[in-house]
Ligand binder design. Structure first.
Ligand code: TYC
Length: 102
């Protein structure tokens, strides 16, 4: 588009970088009370992990305190956190799931 200083008829190109949506890590936190099998079930049910993947990730959280379960758009991350928190509360387990910008 012509800018104030452009000569009449001058052509200006504006390079615009493609905007990618920000991504959010979904994290699962260890606690002393949630049964291991429940965490494995949550990881299979809401994150599409196989039983073996879910078991391995659960053990990582159990040993290290926290792990990234997946990386998603804001809306998908928010939905997954809500689903996990609801499911844990309904079963009266203190399991915590949070999200943070990558
Ligand atoms: N630490 C729990 C136990 O010993 C198991 C557990 C694993 C809980 C992962 C939460 O995100 C978690 N029963």
């Amino acid at each position: 588009p012509p800018e104030p200083d452009d000569e009449v008829g001058a052509v200006t190109k504006t390079r615009t970088r493609t905007q990618r949506p920000p991504l959010y890590k979904v994290l699962i936190l260890n606690d002393d009370y949630t049964p291991m099998e429940f965490v494995v079930h949550v990881l299979e049910r809401f994150f599409g992990l196989t039983h073996a993947q879910a078991f391995e990730l659960m053990l990582t959280v159990h040993k290290k305190g926290v792990a990234v379960v997946g990386v998603f758009s804001f809306e998908v991350a928010e939905t997954k956190v809500g689903q996990v928190m609801d499911f844990a509360r309904r079963h009266q387990h203190p399991l915590q799931c949070t999200m943070e910008k990558e």
